[in-house]
Design a protein around this ligand. Sequence first.
Ligand code: SF4
Ligand code: ZN
Length: 532
Amino acid sequence: MSRLRSAVQKGKLTALENTKVIKSSNKKKPKPTIKEEELSEMVPSSYHIFHDPSEISLFRSRLLHWYDQYKRELPWRTVAMKEPDVNIRTYAVWVSEIMLQQTQVATVIDYYNKWMKRWPSVEKLAAATLEEVNQMWAGLGYYSRGRRLHEGAKKVVSELGGQMPRTTEELLKQLPGVGRYTAGAIGSIALGQVTGAVDGNVIRVLCRVRAIGAYSTSPTVTDALWKIADRIVEQERPGDFNQAMMELGARVCTPKSPLCSQCPIQTNCHAFRKVSIKQEKDSKRLPSNLAANPNTLVPDIENCSATGNCNLCLLEEWDPQLGVQNYPRKPFKKAPRVEQTLTCIVERQRAGEEIEYLLTQRPNKGLLAGMWELPSFILEAGVSENKHKGLLCSMMQKLLGTSLDTDLLQFVGEVVHIFSHIHQTYIVFSCCVSDCSEAEQEQKTSWLTKSALQGAAVSTGVKKIMKLYESTNNVGSKDKKRKLSPLVGKEKRSNKTKRLKESATNGGPKQLCLSEFFSTSKPAAKANGKHS
Ligand code: SF4
Ligand code: ZN
């Protein structure tokens, strides 16, 4: 009789359908009425779940002990621990969780502190404008997150009487941009709800600990991981437990080079044990039947008894080079869409005033909604290079209400920026104009000085383009023959030429030192997990 069958007959296998956390191991469970031949289809092998309450208990205490010793002090953790007002506490954790989606902890800290200083409560955020929110978010990437926070705050104030939802289910239902993970995280950390929270880090840890090698994005694996997470979460400290799982994934059980020797749950880890046994076997120091030794680290079933008929086991061959990194397995990612965008830096300097740059506002929906950008448009496939200038001139004509000669456009260079699903190449041109009034048009435009640009809601892509522009101005300023628009008066043109020459002799145009303003903020690093 297989081990799985025997486990079931002994009543040891707890069906994963039970999403509630086990309260007592002594509780009598009803005998399973499922036919044995149906079992492999309906219930994953106990190898992949925590079926032994004493193991769960050990796992929790080891993990929390480690967390208490080694956790990082983070501003949102302090608020979650010390803030007595549940409304502010929930709001603060919500903000942190949204910022931490797709962005690394180190990048988030500064943004979070500034945000909470400016909008310390949901009411304050609701009273802000989207423009202000976008400004605050600039550089953090995935801009729709800020917009959803703002929308959510307005909804809490206008529809929920200013009270943040008090349960995981309500968080999920009421707040835009809050999915299952975020609701679980906020619910457990801010509200003490006993619920799991499965993010990228937790997926990795659980897949390794329970040797789950089927594609980690498949519905079967997702479902199994959530059930495991709900089962093992600590009841007294659910928020700390979930944060400990994430912290472990971010700092110990990392995607590459995991630190198994320092891992507090090493003895619970099937992946570690598998690797150890394989290594021992390879070195021929152990007999081949070691896997059946009852004194080994994992006390019960050492291998999946449903191998060959298990939808959580490894789909592909074990790769000895990867070790524990055989878990988790991900299907090949769809290649990002490749796009080319024509962009123009339009610079103007009016008598006695600072240089200004023309910006246009993106539509309020879609990618980078409501953000400011340099005049741009996406190139259709197959447009030849010599048509680029002509197309830009037409766009300028619409924006500035005056015709522009193609000769006035200078090629600056190309900038590549990777969005999560788009490989974007900006083909950058520049031109200088003088006093001109914008034409009547649908798109909102604005002339911003470099200091105004510093605080504007512009994306990392715009910052990269301006950085390139600055470097080409510095490098090529001596020989640069800048062509000015006919709109620039004769006197101004000669002054400008003189200025460029002067600055070239002095080692470059000082006024255009934009690096202070455009110190490339890290493009919102896409972490494998969330809290990295
Ligand atoms: Fe991850 Fe290694 Fe710890 Fe297993 S032992 S959970 S693989 S760090
Ligand atoms: Zn299996």
